[in-house]
Design a protein around this ligand. Sequence first.
Ligand code: NZQ
Ligand code: ZN
Length: 392
Amino acid sequence: MNNFIFHSPTEFIFGKATEMQVGALAKKYSARKVMIVYGGGSVQRSGLLDKVKHSLLEAGILFCELGGVQPNPVDTKVYEGIDLCRREQADMMLAVGGGSVIDTAKAIAAGVPYDGDFWDFYIGKVQVTKALKVAVVLTIPAAGSEGSGNTVITKLDGLQKLSLRTSGILRPVFSIMNPELTYTLPAFQTACGIADMMAHIMERYFTNTKEVEIADRLCEGTLKAIISEAPKVMKEPRNYGARANLMWSGMIAHNGTCGVGCEEDWASHFLEHEVSAIYGVTHGAGLAVIFPAWMTWMVEHNVDKIAQYAIRVWDVPETGNKEAIALEGVSRLKAFLSSLGLPVMFRELGIEKPDIDRLVDSLHRNKGELVGNYVKLTRESTKEIYDLACGE
Ligand code: NZQ
Ligand code: ZN
């Protein structure tokens, strides 16, 4: 196991009606004026935005608003938010929504106290050393941004989708997680969230680091919980217990717990970010196509952990050779994703003929000549993986 630091200072307030505590919590974290950030309308339709405002008013917290954050959020909204926040002198970002909203709020939080262009953080020109506080009311378990220090933004000019990873400074001070708020999710978004949280675990699980039994078992256990709860929410969207288990799984999947002491991979995410940047698809759906292709490629190049995953997560019998076991694991993963209504090849994602040369060029321009860690992928390898994602 490698040395590690695990610092996860977020306060989680989990359960029914917890959104009513948002005003008191903002006060506890010394907010004077919050900027409420939200998406394209779901929080207005569900009445959540009104409840949040009511709770803030009751606690005597001032607020301003930035709505209209789109899925796969873009830099122009961040610039708008930075201007608004400076004008209004807000001192806390309150994201009410999913990963896109939270990531936009984090980008604004880092951008406001910085004199230069916030994009400098994403291209690695400077580190974030100062940021406004970020708080969250989560409406979709998926990206895990409610417990992570990360944010992902797309620069519209050139469609460059980049992630900024911080160890602590952009982790929310508090995250409110009420599973009831996820009842209104369309089935497709629920399924995409499930694919995303599974991917966050698998990016950590597929490691060459030895003696990481605790991380392995946390990953396997959480994946098994997701696999058992997912069909329940697809069948009964208002099943509180299943929604609650999935919501917490999405947080565990991405706050760092599952990767302690491991060298993590992340190639599938980087491969996918190119797809969602260029074709505008939902991140989780893109992962449902890319991750099985990545795993299939790995069967020939580094099979050990893929076989372990097949046996321990998908209960593939330990008969035959490792390659056959691993391939059966990939096939069970694909069948599971398909059963949730997710695509598992480009065509099903609505992309008949992906421009693979463009995807590969953009990926290596953004991430360097070698991508990932489980096997360091060259241009030739990433092209083969995109080809595999085209299916037969
Ligand atoms: O915009 P509204 O109207 O709110 O609708 C949203 C949006 O259309 C809708 N939605 C959310 N909660 C809802 C709801 N509809 C009905 N009822 C509810 N309760 O769902 C749609 C998707 O929302 P979005 O925020 O985009 O989803 P998600 O949480 O999957 O976030 C995706 C973004 O996060 C990035 C992805 O790349 C993508 O840009 N990621 C961020 C990460 C991080 N910060 O650590 C890690 C991830 O790997 C990921 O890359
Ligand atoms: Zn993801």
